[in-house]
Design a protein around this ligand. Structure first.
Ligand SMILES: Nc1nc2c(ncn2[C@@H]2O[C@H](COP(=O)(O)OP(=O)(O)OP(=O)(O)O)[C@@H](O)[C@H]2O)c(=O)[nH]1
Length: 268
């Protein structure tokens, strides 16, 4: 069996024993005393060197621990800052999208009647003309003009005129299909666009709209209710023609309706 390796307690006991021997005046002239003193000195120097190395190594470890925890904190701070920036940028972009959409809607809407405005109608006319051509399907266009509207303004005031326009817009909205387009062409004139619709069906629709307008009684409060009428010109787009040519023919039909006595529709 091998003897167990000496531990720190053995080392301390050996040093104490050596020191006792060296301090004993009885061993002053012993031939091995000088060698024992040298050995003890060498041991102490080595012990000191080891302790210094341990201190340096401990210092280095604690320094590197501090350094790496500083780096981790710095990294986490940067990540938090980036996350905040990403959130701000997302919010900014969604606000910008909403604003752009609101601006686009406003630029295409008539503020009084809340129907599409002339710019919107031009876009729709263009799109529907192209679609009708692609699909070889019928497209009808009508122009509607309120009768004697100037008189309404002159006799009852501009606000009553505005109210009349809103009621007419509502009557139009209530009497067309979901995929028809209606909008304010300008002043007291409106445009109706009937995709995938032949002349006969479109005539029925514009007549329904005209009757609904004729049934409006505008409450004036102080005077008997005010009746309204409108004249309508309707046409079907011809093969290969531009939408402005179609609108011009609808305008001619509207003029005829006015000339024939108003409150009627004419198809050209
Ligand atoms: N209240 C109001 N009036 C408007 C608006 N836009 C246009 N008008 C008026 O509409 C009137 C149109 O008059 P005219 O073009 O002479 O037509 P009309 O009196 O309807 O006559 P006919 O079309 O021949 O039956 C003008 O007095 C315009 O000032 C609006 O937004 N509100």
């Amino acid at each position: 069996m091998r003897p167990a390796a000496p531990g720190p307690a053995d080392e301390e006991a050996a040093i104490a024993a050596a020191e006792t021997l060296l301090a004993d005046p009885g061993h002053r002239d012993h031939p091995l005393r000088a060698a024992l003193a040298d050995l003890l000195a060498v041991h102490r120097a080595q012990q000191e060197r080891v302790e210094r190395l341990v201190r340096i190594s401990d210092g280095y470890h604690s320094l590197s621990r501090t350094h790496s925890s500083n780096l981790t904190e710095k990294f986490e701070r940067q990540v938090r800052r980036l996350e905040k920036l990403a959130r701000i940028s997302d919010l900014y972009q969604s606000n910008l999208r909403e604003l752009t959409e609101a601006l686009r809607e406003t630029s295409l809407k008539d503020p009084l009647t809340e129907l599409g405005n002339r710019r919107y109608l031009m876009d729709r006319l263009k799109e529907e003309t192209e679609r009708a051509r692609r699909k070889d399907s019928p497209l009808c266009v009508a122009l509607l003009d309120v009768d004697h509207f100037k008189q309404i303004n002159d006799r009852h005031g501009h606000d009553t005129g505005d109210q009349a326009l809103c009621r007419i817009a509502a009557a139009m909205r209530a009497n067309v299909r979901e995929y028809d387009t209606i909008g304010r062409w300008g002043g007291e004139e409106f445009l109706l666009l009937f995709p995938d619709t032949g002349e006969a069906e479109a005539t029925l629709t514009v007549e329904r709209v005209r009757e609904a307008i004729a049934a409006i009684d505008l409450d004036l409060g102080h005077a008997p209710p005010l009746g309204l009428t409108a004249s309508i010109g309707l046409t079907r787009q011809r093969s290969g023609e531009t939408y402005s040519a179609t609108v011009n023919r609808a305008d001619d039909a509207l003029l005829s309706a006015k000339q024939l006595g108003r409150n009627r529709s004419v198809v050209l």
